[in-house]
Design a binder for this molecule. Structure first.
Ligand code: PEP
Length: 259
């Protein structure tokens, strides 16, 4: 069974005092019997304070990006070994903002994933179509392409360290959420593609999160879809009370998964 994950992507928000305060509020609000994963992805500069705040808790720590090289003359970059040293468990790779604003290609993302595994980091690998691509009926073609190129030459062993985040670009930070049915359909497609690439057994173990305007108000319905294994949450993860409600979603389907 797949263990659900609720992940908060804080993007380029919060100073260190604000990050520490938010991390503490989330930690203190967690149900001690929670059985699924909770992850926080602060900015590089806030990794240390969040690590300290969450040290005695099950909260996982993630970076939002990394370089594919280990060290050297790469001004402004941060390597996987540095992230591991900073206490990270995960790194987000291929967020649509990285793909679009920083022009990261599928090939570069593939190198980053391989580098993450080399340094024993797990990865949340983001994929998703733009509005134009959806309207042109290219959603599945885009997802297939991003999976095939992004996960090229990744071993079945390493793929166990990947969580996929399906994030339709048109739903990120826009307030427009994919309907639970739209998300479920894409998740089924993604799992089928993963089966073709890594076999059905492996694919059935890979968690697929949904991301795109997830809120306290829509999480229960999203998590009631059998192939939605969690959420990658941007804006709503910056508000402790709201994010805690997202974390403590109500769903017969996904609560059953982890009994
Ligand atoms: C994200 O940053 O991955 C995201 C899904 O943002 P939001 O929840 O704000 O749409």
């Amino acid at each position: 069974m797949r263990k659900p994950m609720i992940a908060g992507n804080w993007k380029m928000h919060l100073n260190s005092a604000e990050a520490a305060k938010l991390a503490a509020a989330i930690k203190n609000g967690l149900d001690p019997n929670l059985k699924h994963d909770v992850l926080l992805a602060p900015s590089f500069t806030n990794l240390e304070v969040v690590r300290k705040e969450t040290a005695s808790s099950p909260i996982l720590l993630s970076a939002q990006n990394m370089c594919w090289e280990e060290k050297g003359a790469f001004t402004g970059e941060v390597s996987g070994s540095q992230l591991k040293d900073a206490g990270c468990d995960y790194v987000i790779i291929g967020h649509s903002e990285r793909r679009k604003i920083f022009l990261e290609s599928d090939e570069v993302l593939n190198k980053k994933l391989k580098a993450a595994f080399k340094f024993s980091l797990k990865a949340i690998f983001c994929i998703g179509e733009t509005l134009e691509e959806r309207e042109n009926n290219q959603t599945y073609e885009i997802l297939q392409n991003q999976l095939q190129k992004g996960l090229k030459d990744i071993s079945a062993q390493d793929v166990e360290n990947i969580v996929i985040a399906y994030e339709p670009v048109w739903a990120i930070g826009t307030g427009k959420t994919a309907t639970p049915q739209q998300a479920q359909e894409s998740h089924i497609f993604i799992r089928k593609e993963l089966s073709k690439m890594f076999g059905e057994g492996e694919a059935s173990k890979i968690r697929i999160l949904y991301g795109g305007s997830v809120k306290a108000e829509n999480i229960d319905e999203l998590m009631s879809q059998p192939d939605i294994d969690g959420a990658l949450v941007g804006g709503e993860s910056l508000k402790a009370e709201k994010f805690l409600r997202v974390i403590h979603y109500q769903s017969a389907v996904n609560n059953e998964k982890i009994q």
